[in-house]
Design a protein around this ligand. Sequence first.
Ligand code: ATP
Length: 313
Amino acid sequence: MTQTTTAPDPRRVEAAPAIEVRGLQVRYGDFSAVRGIDLDVRRGEVFALLGTNGAGKTTTLEVLEGFGTRSGGTVSVLGLDPAVDRAALQPRMGVQLQEGGFVDELTVVETLRLWERLVERPDRPERLLERFELTGRRDVAVSKLSGGEKRRLDLALAVWGSPELVILDEPTTGLDPGSRRRTWDAIQELQEAGRTVVLTTHYLEEAEALADRVAIMHEGRLAVAGTLAEIIATQPAGFSATLPDGADELPVLGGTVDRDGAQVRVQTDDLQRDLTDFLGWAAARGVRLSDLRAAPASLADIYHAVRTGSEQT
Ligand code: ATP
């Protein structure tokens, strides 16, 4: 990789997207963990990177954070190259790694006070203790915290001083539902303040609840990326119904029809057309349908399609 030492133009840095990645490759020895991905994250959005285990999400985040070394491609984070300008980026970025590296002997509040001295962005330990419900654990040594409490402390450090860009690697893994919900609130708070958040998650409902745009990685590549509506539109929608006893042959429909006794399921690229044909057929024969449901593909369907290699993108 060629690294430039020319000072970046401050106007270009100001106007740059939050993240712009082109053809990113990362190799560990002979193994290609990231195989040429493009990624665009706009300022002020929450971007969720989903993917199978070992897809390369953490590896990608490490490059964005300036901790990982790329083997190819270009990377711009807030207008700077993290491989070259990590020192300039650090004050503008908050990072939560998959595993936090705390000083075990320090208490929670001591850890926050240490952070206060290390990080240029102003903030108050008390605010974060309260925000992440650690007030009752303030004098407990970090080594004695539960996994979920450590995760919350880690998140508190990442959002300290509300940085321009926050990168969170599986921020809610291991959290109970209440803590997860409050973590979502903290992420939404950052977004409302105009900050950019990039997070990885294995929870589809988390991506649905938080993210403006989503990308799904699989085996080092980006399988799909876009708004939820855009990526959901790449997969067929479906409808299903239960037929009454004695219902005769179904009409010819454009989608894939799967009939199991009285149950009918149809997957289609044209939900309106096929559902109209189906309902017209039922009306013409006086067939009373029960359990009629129609829905677009879900993020879970897309994820499943990516995993099974049947995505069309
Ligand atoms: P998960 O969802 O399981 O956390 P991930 O998408 O974050 O996975 P990565 O941690 O980026 O995946 O790992 C991508 C691949 O690179 C995996 O096959 C992993 O075993 C491999 N890998 C990661 N770090 C190293 C390393 N330091 N040396 C060698 N291989 C590595």
